[in-house]
Design a protein around this ligand. Structure first.
Ligand SMILES: [Zn+2]
Length: 1076
């Protein structure tokens, strides 16, 4: 059962399904019949194999008809439960006729509406509070059942026998028999309904025939819903006879008003996408349904999008802006799929990264269009972009031949990988070409399936760039590229700069870099200056790639910005290991101007002094790769930041790259701290850059913590670095009304850093005072930084106060914030107390931290050496319980989050011993190999492999919340493979960190003791330094004053990569500088 290999290429093409289901939500049963018209596309075919799973099929009800003559063919039927296959074979070894339509009829099958997991046809039950009939104030709880389907990826076979493969599209006629008082929705509008069926209290609903589509997009829901309708959405072409799109939102009773925002977003998104793709929305209606339970956050079933309630509904009374943004992103994501994923669907599951990457990237574009004030692109960087790098090192894009492997490809990685690739190409080829490529793809493959390569081929066809090779180079390698760049020459007479570019793998690169780099240009470098900036030349480039070197290289879109222009100076594809490019500012500018159709005359070339030229590669973090600048080039970029010449995305890019390069061993940590000090002390209040800086500062703290002397210096550095920010945004907000969410979030970061790493006494005593306010006034919202700071420095009475707060908090979210803060305790007895508190309460108190909330609530433990030490042991001791309650992905995340900050060789060893060696389990759980396999524990040792039920039995007494259901019924090992992989990566990273600390130790010490920044006194703290800020001589203090005031005047430096935008409203695709 573990390996349900799909029967690909069986050469049977279903044309049409006629499905009739009778459902009984109360009993949890359904039964039905299905007729499938199909043709056979192969000679000598002797059998038909259908997918059917968890169904009881009356084999005698199966018949096969030759449609043309309506003759019934004699056949035998077999089921193979192991492979979930229903096999129909013609009698006497006869073969099917080629290309002739047959009808397969299965007149009777039945199944169970599952309540165990949210796949196939499942039932959700909700309890709704209702007033009694007689208008009294008495309430009662009414249970309502909902029948919902989740066919994707391979669960349609649980609802009716079918050809359950994405490439086999067909039309569907669906008929449902349901209780008369309920509603049923499906992909298509109702055709007609028959009431009083056999007087049995049921009604029969016939839905209109669907367009050709894959089984995984079929969907229906049954239940009692409230609904609101939007204004019908006008069509793109009003002349083509299509009526406007009916747009409706459905919710559980009493919640329809919460769907207004989602409905508005959907309305705008339908317009937006139709306009962008130049193809009308392909269906007559679109329903958004908020269902009580769903396997995914949302599911893009064609014209019937299902959402988890929190992904669609907004209670306008308590909602915060981040919820609006999430809902908008969810809605726009699923609507993008209606074209990209549904109108054209994937051919096989290994291509899902293209469809998901597309929807992910377009959800940002559409959200930015609908609610520009959300600055959604900043969120793109702090999630998708940053994740891409993390994931990239660990996961490789694989062919998913097997259905189990396919599930792996649905992980978060494909979203970040897919969307980063999409964005990189979108920016590089430009708006016009990218949209033309999408239109070509959607038109060419409408109502059909296509592969990822089909999509990239369309981009290639439009742009004439070697896109397929490019994507191949990004999808087949582990790790990601680092581009090392050096200025190797400048010709004053011609104004030509020579840059040497070298690409290497982030994982392997720094090993090679141990050798001194040869300054001489190697003779096989190929000059690529003639390829710059002109797509016509790219045809040659394509050919040159064909007979070009090994597969080791990435094809990297290089973009270069400098202070000579407000727009892209150069863009070209780097294909070689090492290249030299000659940038003649004058000539390349003139090429730019020729190509720039829209505003050729507006942008006049300004003659600046060339000596101060900086070159910024990878404009606006366009591509998910790192740039490693030589020190002279970096120095000029620092000057550019000080002069406010780089936009926020370039500032983020430089900072983010430098941190990664120092942690990856390419440069020293000192270089990163230098950069912070020299370029970012006066950084504006923008969340994107600060959020990244703060998380990097915390992460460096987790490393330096292992050396007391360094850490004491580091504290002072952190205080010094933050003084300007602290002065600007302060400890509390001055005017509550005007303060942006971003700014108050930034203050939270700042407080935590100064209060924990910084030990700032003023902040700590303020936090203690604030905690007392929380205790005395339950109406005040609890801020987690306050709890974290108090916990970090907690005395016995502080801790008691925090515990009291935790028990007293009337609101659950306040309790969670308090719990999160509690995990910042440092002292060993306190850590154990907090861990115990959470565990004990979990089993006794309903109102306590749920298991799934724990990873988040325990994060603070991972940030201190002591916390990690105890938390690691806690996880080891409770592993069986965790294993039972979490799925593999969650455990992987738990280990990744918890163990990421270890930094000694001993710790690396311990991680390996626990996760990678079975002997540890033997000792840990007192497992005895010699015992007879009668107790579950022995079986752990013998097989190291249990299924969920077995694990449940073992841990029955410890369990307090239901297990995470897993739809794979095959066996799980005690340590899932994913966890093993991530543990071995973490052990490796831990050793790297240990080596890094050893290597950089002396440099860091020298840096901290140098005059780079003034550590006034051992008692220095931010608040006291702020008072003396005007008298202290601070680096670039002159510009610190201008920075804070001139932010709004900053020039927007959106490069010309996309100036050729045509009508579709893609607003500032690259960037908007959020300082305004
Ligand atoms: Zn999606």
């Amino acid at each position: 059962m573990s390996s349900r290999r799909l029967s690909r290429s069986q050469n049977i093409i279903p044309i049409h399904y006629d499905v009739h289901l009778t459902t009984d939500l109360d009993s949890g049963q359904f039964c039905g019949s299905v007729k499938i018209d199909l043709i056979i596309k192969q000679h000598d075919q002797t059998c038909i194999k259908l997918d059917a799973s968890h169904l009881i099929i009356d084999l005698s009800s199966i018949s096969l008809i030759l449609i043309s003559s309506l003759t019934k063919l004699e056949c035998t039927v077999e089921t193979n439960d192991l492979n979930e296959i229903l096999e129909i074979r013609l009698l006497n070894e006869k073969t099917f006729s080629f290309d002739i339509p047959y009808r397969l009829i299965i007149n009777s099958f039945s199944g169970h509406i599952t309540t165990q997991n949210q796949i196939g046809f499942y039932r959700s039950t909700v309890e709704i509070l209702s007033y009694n009939d007689n208008n009294s104030n008495e309430t009662c709880v009414i249970k309502k059942h909902y029948g919902i389907t989740q066919m994707s990826p391979t669960h349609c076979r649980r609802v009716f026998p079918c050809f359950d493969e994405p490439s086999l599209r067909a039309t569907f006629d669906l008929t449902l028999d349901i209780p008369r008082h309920l509603q049923a929705l499906s992909n298509m509008p109702q055709l007609y309904s028959q009431d009083n069926l056999l007087n049995s209290g049921t009604k029969r609903i016939h839905f209109q025939r669907t367009p050709s589509m894959p089984t995984f997009l079929l969907c229906f829901v049954i239940g009692e819903f409230d609904m609101i309708k939007a204004e019908p959405v006008e069509r793109l072409n009003k002349d083509n006879g299509l009526s406007p799109i009916e747009l409706t939102a459905y919710t559980l009773p009493g919640r329809k008003h919460e769907a207004t925002f989602a409905l508005n977003c959907a309305h705008k998104a339908l317009h937006y996408y139709a306009d962008l793709f130049q193809i009308d929305y392909p269906m007559s209606k679109l329903d958004l349904v908020a269902v009580p339970d769903l396997f995914y956050p949302a599911m893009e079933d064609w014209a019937l999008i299902l959402f988890k309630e929190e992904e669609m509904l907004i209670n306008e009374d308590h909602a915060v802006s981040i919820q609006y943004r999430n809902v908008c992103q969810s809605v726009t994501h699923e609507i993008a799929h209606q074209w990209f994923g549904n109108l054209v669907s994937i051919h096989w599951w290994n291509d899902v990264y293209v469809v998901e990457g597309f929807a992910k990237w377009f959800e940002y574009l559409a959200t930015d269009y609908i609610v520009p004030e959300y600055n959604v692109f900043s969120e793109f960087f702090s999630t998708q972009f940053v994740r891409y790098f993390d994931y990239c090192i660990n996961i490789l894009h694989n062919e998913a031949d097997d259905i189990d492997e396919k599930d792996f490809s649905f992980e978060g990685f494909i979203y970040s990988k897919g969307s980063c690739l999409m964005r990189m190409l979108h920016l590089f080829v430009g708006q016009t070409d990218f949209l033309d490529s999408i239109r070509l793809y959607l038109q060419r493959y409408s109502y059909r399936t296509a592969t990822a390569i089909d999509f990239w081929a369309c981009v290639e066809e439009i742009t004439k760039l070697p896109i397929k090779k490019l994507v191949h180079s990004w999808c087949t390698k582990k790790s990601y590229p680092v581009v090392q760049v050096k200025m190797i020459g400048y010709d004053e007479t011609t104004g030509t700069y020579d840059l040497e570019l070298k690409q290497m793998s982030f994982c392997r690169g720094h090993d090679q870099e141990k050798k001194p780099i040869d300054k001489k240009i190697s003779c096989h470098c190929i000059k690529t200056s003639d390829l710059i900036c002109d797509t016509k030349h790219n045809i040659d480039l394509y050919q040159s790639i064909d007979n070009n070197d090994n597969d080791e290289n990435w094809i990297i879109p290089i973009t270069i910005l400098n202070n000579q222009s407000n727009y892209c100076l150069t863009k070209y594809l780097m294909t070689k290991n090492q290249e030299i490019i000659h940038i003649n500012i004058n000539s390349s500018l003139s090429i730019e101007e020729q190509n720039n159709d829209n505003e050729p005359l507006i942008k006049k070339r300004r003659c600046l002094l060339l000596t101060s030229n900086y070159f910024k590669l990878n404009i606006c973090s366009g591509g998910p790769y790192r740039v490693f600048y030589s020190s002279d080039m970096l120095e000029k970029l620092i000057q550019a930041i000080i002069k406010q010449e780089l936009n926020i995305f370039d500032r983020f890019n430089l900072e983010n790259d430098m941190y990664a390069l120092s942690m990856g061993g390419f440069t020293s940590l000192v270089d990163y701290l230098h950069l912070l000090l020299n370029a970012y002390m006066n950084e504006l209040d923008d969340e994107l850059v600060w959020k990244d800086i703060e998380s990097n500062i915390i992460r460096i703290g987790t490393l330096l913590e292992y050396d007391k002397q360094l850490y004491d210096f580091y504290r002072k550095f952190v205080i010094f670095f933050h003084q300007n920010l602290y002065q600007r945004i302060g400890l509390i907000s001055n005017n509550n009304e005007d303060e942006s969410v971003a700014r108050s979030r930034l203050r939270c970061f700042l407080l935590v850093i100064l209060g924990t790493i910084g030990y700032d006494p003023t902040i700590i005593s303020n936090a203690r005072e604030q905690l007392l306010i929380y205790l005395n006034d339950p109406s005040v919202t609890v801020l987690w930084p306050i709890c974290a700071i108090v916990a970090h420095h907690a005395s016995e009475s502080d801790l008691n106060n925090l515990f009291k707060l935790w028990e007293q908090c009337p609101r659950r979210d306040d309790r969670l914030r308090c719990a999160y803060g509690l995990s910042y305790v440092q002292e060993s007895s306190q850590i154990e107390r907090v861990l115990n508190l959470f565990t004990i309460n979990n089993s006794t108190n309903n109102n306590s931290i749920r298991l799934h909330e724990r990873i988040e609530c325990y994060k603070g433990f991972c940030l201190s050496k002591q916390g990690r030490y105890y938390y690691q042991r806690y996880i080891e001791d409770n592993w069986l319980l965790l294993r039972t309650n979490y799925n593999d992905e969650y455990l992987e995340a738990l280990i990744r989050e918890t163990f990421g900050y270890f930094s000694t060789k001993d710790e690396a060893l311990r991680i390996e011993e626990f996760f990678l060696s079975y002997e540890t389990f033997e000792q840990k759980y007192k497992i005895n190999f010699k015992e007879t396999p009668s107790t579950p524990c022995t079986r752990i040792a013998v097989h190291l492999c249990l299924d969920d039920n077995e694990l449940l039995t073992i841990n029955k007494n410890n369990l307090s919340s239901p297990p995470i259901y897993n739809h794979h019924h095959h066996h799980h090992s005690i340590i899932p493979n994913k966890v093993k992989e991530v543990a071995s990566i973490i052990a490796h990273t831990t050793r790297t960190r240990a080596a890094l600390l050893e290597r950089d130790h002396d440099d860091l010490l020298a840096f901290f003791q140098s005059d780079s920044f003034s550590i006034s006194s051992p008692t220095s703290n931010a608040s006291s330094q702020i008072l003396s800020i005007n008298t202290t001589n601070i680096i670039s203090s002159s510009s610190s004053i201008t920075t804070t005031t001139s932010g709004n005047k900053r020039k927007r430096r959106v490069s010309s990569l996309n100036t050729s935008s045509s009508s579709p409203p893609v607003r500032n695709l690259l960037a908007s500088d959020t300082s305004a």
